[in-house]
Design a protein around this ligand. Structure first.
Ligand code: PLP
Ligand code: CA
Length: 304
């Protein structure tokens, strides 16, 4: 195999790679869509893989939507046959972690979009309700919930100093769990703009609390364990396809999967080569086995 080989492939070689795998894990943004636009050919690729008996999973660090809303997005973008059970988001997996892995009872103080709150509620986890603070409420007199035993941080467009301050108070208790949906620093928006990611909000809370969050999303192994606990999944026969070296490719390496970087998203071939040529051994974890221009290349490869 071409482990960490950073090898550009298409055609027959890509055909053989796909033949050798039973499960294909796709990152979403930058791989199968960019924002609200499907990557050209992506719906056909997913369909063709399934037609050939492959199992397809979607592994996204985007915590903003509940799973059901992803099903709708897939349908809207022309993916006719994507099932809720195939979608693993950092919000869904964070809720699964609290429910199944953490020996946890009590309430969660969640900083995050509605997707995070919805997944926590679906998993039967108690969440501190967000209430509007009155005009006289400030960081020294705001109410704290005595039942909070975990703080979860994810992407939150309504992030505020007050939320940071409250989370910081809860984390003074060393028994209080500190989780982050994902470590993403930023995300591309249309027109060359970017938005800060969950990782930037987590960093603020890590500094304020002098603690380190347990990351649930990629590159943490937990998302793969979450899929493997529901589907019989063997790393050897699984392929991870992503666009960000620091999350998707490291995730694949951490989980023992073969990795493919696709160039329709954040990371470039040149960045992958810089990691490959680095003298630091740790940087080798950022190097994909293979590189494709787009997952559309899978289509002609499958038809080879
Ligand atoms: N989180 C947020 C808030 C995003 O907007 C995005 C991408 O648009 C992501 C995470 C990354 O998602 P993915 O892991 O599917 O690339
Ligand atoms: Ca991505």
């Amino acid at each position: 195999t071409a482990s960490g080989g950073c090898q550009k492939i298409r055609g027959v070689q890509l055909h053989e790679l796909l033949e050798s795998k039973h499960n294909v894990l796709f990152d979403c943004d930058g791989v199968i869509w960019n924002g609200e636009t499907a990557v050209a050919g992506a719906p056909e690729v997913v369909r063709a893989l399934k037609q050939r008996g492959k199992r397809v999973f979607f592994v996204t660090n985007n915590c903003t939507r509940p799973r059901q809303s992803y099903v709708q997005k897939f349908a809207r973008l022309g993916f006719a046959d994507v099932d809720e059970q195939e979608i693993f988001s950092s919000a869904y997996c964070s809720a699964a972690y609290l429910r199944d892995v953490a020996t946890f009872s009590g309430k969660v103080f969640a900083i995050g979009c509605p997707g995070v709150h919805a997944e926590l509620r679906d998993a039967g986890i108690s969440v501190v309700e967000e209430e509007e603070d009155g005009p006289d409420v400030n960081i020294s007199n705001c109410a704290l919930d005595p039942d909070v035993r975990a703080v979860l941080v994810g992407y939150d467009e309504k992030f505020s100093f007050m939320k940071l301050a409250k989370a910081c108070c809860y984390l003074r208790d060393s028994e209080c769990l500190f989780l982050a949906t994902d470590p993403d620093p930023w995300h591309p928006l249309r027109g060359g703009r970017i938005t800060p990611g969950s990782g930037s909000l987590t960093a603020a809370l890590e500094t304020a609390s002098s603690r380190k969050a347990t990351v649930i999303g990629k590159p943490s192994r937990f998302m793969f364990e979450c899929i493997a606990s529901q589907f019989d999944l063997d790393p050897e026969s699984s392929l991870m396809v992503g666009d960000r070296l620091e999350t998707d490719i490291v995730f694949g390496v951490n989980c023992g999967l073969s990795t493919v970087l696709t160039l329709t998203g954040v990371s470039t071939f040149e960045q992958a080569q810089v990691y490959k040529d680095s003298d630091e051994p740790k940087k080798k974890d950022f190097v994909p086995d293979y590189v494709v221009e787009s997952i559309a290349d899978f289509l002609e490869a499958l038809e080879e």
